[in-house]
Design a protein around this ligand. Structure first.
Ligand code: EPU
Length: 430
């Protein structure tokens, strides 16, 4: 099995190009089949969750032509089955977007219940509630969601929890429903807005995305479009915290600084200098890190996907920091791994109490999920000595060329497969 081997202790310095947002690309790719015309999508991140979704869509009869690894032309006019139950679909979260898009277009869909990272119970009751309100019947049988409707009719839907997935899924189904749908208590994440912009460019009529009330006037059909996906806010934030944890100086390029505001604010509280440009942000960590407290919240609050990465950095700030996770209940699984590197973190319920240490020490550790995996790599790069992180297939679900981008910033990191590779790496690095 492949793993990352690294020697820490070097400040990361330089510039890094941020890829397109995975969590925007997943629904946009799924929604591109809602017209029979061809849809051209650009700035797709080359990560395994996206490849899995595209491969599974091919098996439904969707035609895909890749211009290069970041651009694809998708045509959904030849879809021959509405049953999307391939084993691979169960591994990713974004697979559930096929319920909204197939139900919206064909009024019928059977889709494998979604998987994704094990970060807590990830119900889909709000998705189901929304589809039912639009007139669909929903059954769960043999591990799949079966959705059917004579027709979809717009409705007034109040989400009981702020859910990115449910907001997106219901919005997609409502686009081709008859009449008006109003989603209240909607998620406001940048990828919700990006999907709405994409659907509007296909002829949909969606207003209010980015606020907590989204209004959708159903249209009879959608048409082809060309669209460029927004930069990945979470990938950008990961490199920003990597600069902090390694006492580096990193400019993240191809970003929308507005999407990074909650991350920037925390880095400034921690004593970093953050400079914003039109489409780039520079983080300089020349002073010792300071403690702070953070609570994860839906956008524009501090993202849950950044929680582990921030905690890994706070573990190096002198004093006590408190991190509260309010979105998912199982997102502290990296704490035991960080403890192997010398971190001092106590978890009580949904709160982590972090007592900063001077430096982490390299160790052999395991990535428990995508974002926690990235956090452990950052810890490894700030640690003294050698670290290996295994289970990197999680990291590769959502970070494009992670180790290569880190190498570009001067990190001593390589992908290794065997003990011999690791020994060779150690000899090379010294
Ligand atoms: N929830 C419900 N019922 C529902 C839907 C959600 O109770 O029907 C709860 C969840 O259990 C959770 C909260 O609502 O406590 C928020 O869940 P949400 O639906 O917003 O999350 P998601 O759509 O499953 C997406 C991202 C996650 C990201 C969260 C929060 C994708 C594919 N995944 O998940 O990203 O953490 O939103 O921002 O977009 C990642 O990229 O590593 C990742 C985990």
């Amino acid at each position: 099995m492949e793993e990352y081997a690294m020697k820490g202790g070097n400040p990361l310095v330089g510039e890094v190009e941020i890829s397109g947002a995975k969590n925007a690309a997943l629904p946009i790719i799924a929604a591109s089949i809602m017209t029979d015309d061809t849809v051209y999508i650009d700035n797709i991140p080359d990560v395994s969750d996206i490849r899995t979704l595209l491969d599974c869509m091919k098996k439904l009869g969707v035609n895909e032509k890749k211009k290069d690894k970041h651009s694809v032309a998708i045509n959904g006019s030849q879809i021959f089955t509405l049953v999307a139950d391939q084993e691979d679909l169960r591994k990713i979260r974004g697979s559930y977007y096929l319920i909204g898009t197939l139900l919206g277009k064909y009024k019928e869909a059977t889709v494998a219940l979604p998987g994704g990272c094990d970060i807590g119970s990830r119900g889909i009751d709000q998705h189901i509630k929304g589809f039912k309100a639009l007139g669909a019947t929903i059954k769960i049988e043999h591990g799949s969601v079966i959705a059917k409707a004579e027709k979809l009719v717009g409705a007034h839907i109040y989400m009981d929890v702020v859910s990115v997935g449910a907001t997106i899924n219901v919005m997609m189904a409502a686009v081709l429903a008859e009449g008006q749908t109003i989603i209240e208590n909607a998620a406001k994440e940048p990828h919700v807005v990006d999907l709405a912009n994409f659907l509007n460019s296909m002829g949909a009529n969606i207003k209010g995305a980015g606020t907590d009330v989204i209004r959708i006037k159903g249209v009879p059909t959608l048409h082809g479009t060309e669209y460029t996906i927004i930069p990945d806010q979470i990938e950008a934030g990961t490199f920003m915290f990597a600069a902090a944890a390694t006492k580096g100086d990193v400019t993240v390029k191809n970003v929308i600084p507005k999407h990074l505001e909650s991350i920037t604010a925390k880095l400034i509280e921690m004593g970093c200098e953050v400079e914003e440009f039109d489409d780039a942000v520079r983080v300089v960590a020349s002073k010792p890190l300071r403690t702070t407290h953070v609570k994860t919240l839906p956008y524009p609050g501090f993202p849950t996907d950044m929680q582990a990465v921030m905690a890994a950095s706070l573990g190096l700030a002198k004093g006590i920091s408190i991190v509260t996770e309010s979105i998912f209940e199982n997102r502290f699984r990296y704490v035991d791994e960080l403890a192997r590197m010398g971190a001092d973190i106590k978890v009580e319920g949904n709160t982590a109490i972090i007592t900063g240490v001077d430096q982490y020490t390299g160790a052999s550790i395991t990535a428990p999920d995508l974002r926690a995996g990235a956090a452990l790599v950052i810890a490894g790069l700030s640690a003294s000595g050698f670290t290996t992180v295994d289970n990197i297939q999680y990291i590769e679900r959502g970070y494009e060329n992670f180790h290569k981008k880190l190498q570009g910033l001067g990190a001593q990191i390589e992908k290794v497969e065997t003990e011999r590779d690791f020994k060779k790496f150690k000899l090379k690095i010294g």
